[in-house]
Ligand binder design. Structure first.
Ligand SMILES: [Zn+2]
Length: 319
């Protein structure tokens, strides 16, 4: 299996969250692992939108405040993915959170690369690479620029690309034009989260901005369905969409799960790929995700193989 869109901080082992909190003297809201998982790490069914779902990252980000924590969880995620039969995965995280605890992005990136390297040495059947995320916000321009420079410095050495993540309804993609102008100048491949959640920016507009900025892939992109001309363009240009059905249902990207655009985009010839987005936050893995989309949309094994082939072709690393 191949997966292109999985966030490190959304995919921590709950027991590891407890241990890391303990080691760092971080007070947890509960000592009960099940309560911690259900009430603080996983998205509730009652989640109203992406902004609310993003609150489930508060605790993971808090316990990931040291390079050693970053190294450990990167190692564990690769180990988990390998155990489930992944052939390749692109794992993403935002090194700029290092500033919360006084570390540099360089220290976090090196720690993640170390964890990746150690895990891959033990899991020879698997390949994996890291995507460094810039974050949406209005006070972190310099941090985003540093993430781009960090990606350029380590490209092809455990790092394969950059991304833009966070609340797109609060901070529209156009705000980050200068960040991606630098990425383009430095010849860095990038994907951009766009067309994931409705808000004051329309999904198709958000996708058009990402394409104008030169994104080679789109994180989600599922709201493209609202604009038939855009769907045709995505299909014609073979722009891969990193679709995460379970996550999109949880963030209420569509009023109901049945209205999710995956089947319609696939039928229209768009290169849709299947991804978990966040294994712990969404309580999902790629096997479950595949079963769910087969049940929801009647996809055959052949359809799933086509989507896996799209993922293979869209990978930022040559497979
Ligand atoms: Zn994502």
């Amino acid at each position: 299996m191949i997966e292109l869109h999985v966030h490190l901080d959304g995919s921590l082992r709950p027991a590891t969250v407890m241990e890391l909190a303990d080691q760092q003297g971080i007070l947890l809201p509960t000592c009960d692992l099940k309560v911690l998982t259900d009430e603080y790490l996983q998205v509730p069914d009652s989640c109203v939108d992406l902004v609310e779902c993003l609150k489930r990252f508060d605790l993971p980000i808090k316990v990931l405040g040291t390079p050693e924590a970053i190294r450990r969880v990167t190692y564990e995620l690769v180990e988990d993915l390998a155990a489930e039969g992944h052939e390749y995965a692109e794992i993403r995280f935002a090194p700029q959170y290092a500033r919360f605890t006084g570390y540099s992005q360089q220290e976090f990136v090196e720690a993640a690369r170390d964890g990746l390297k150690e895990a891959l040495a033990k899991c020879p059947a698997m390949k994996a690479s890291l995507i460094l995320c810039c974050m949406r916000g209005d006070d972190n321009r310099e941090e985003n620029m540093e993430t781009i420079r960090m990606t350029a410095r380590h490209l092809d050495s455990g790092i394969c690309a950059t991304d833009l993540a966070g609340a797109e309804s609060l901070f529209p993609t156009e705000m980050f034009a200068d960040v991606f102008a630098l990425a383009k100048k430095l010849d860095i491949p990038y994907t951009i989260h766009a067309g994931e959640s409705a808000g004051r920016v329309s999904g198709p507009d958000s996708i058009r901005s990402a394409l104008q900025m030169g994104a080679q892939r789109l994180g989600h992109g599922v709201l493209a369905i609202q604009d038939p001309t855009l769907v045709k363009e995505l299909a014609a240009r073979k722009i891969p969409l990193e679709v995460s059905y379970t996550s999109n249902v949880q963030t209420k990207a569509f009023p109901t799960a049945a209205e999710h655009s995956l089947r319609r985009l696939y039928e229209a010839g768009v290169h849709v790929t299947l991804n978990t987005d966040n294994r712990t936050v969404s309580n999902v893995n790629l096997k479950k995700e595949i079963i769910r989309v087969k049940q929801a949309f009647g996809f055959t094994d052949q359809d799933i193989a086509v989507m896996q082939q799209y993922a293979r072709e869209a990978a930022f690393t040559r497979l």
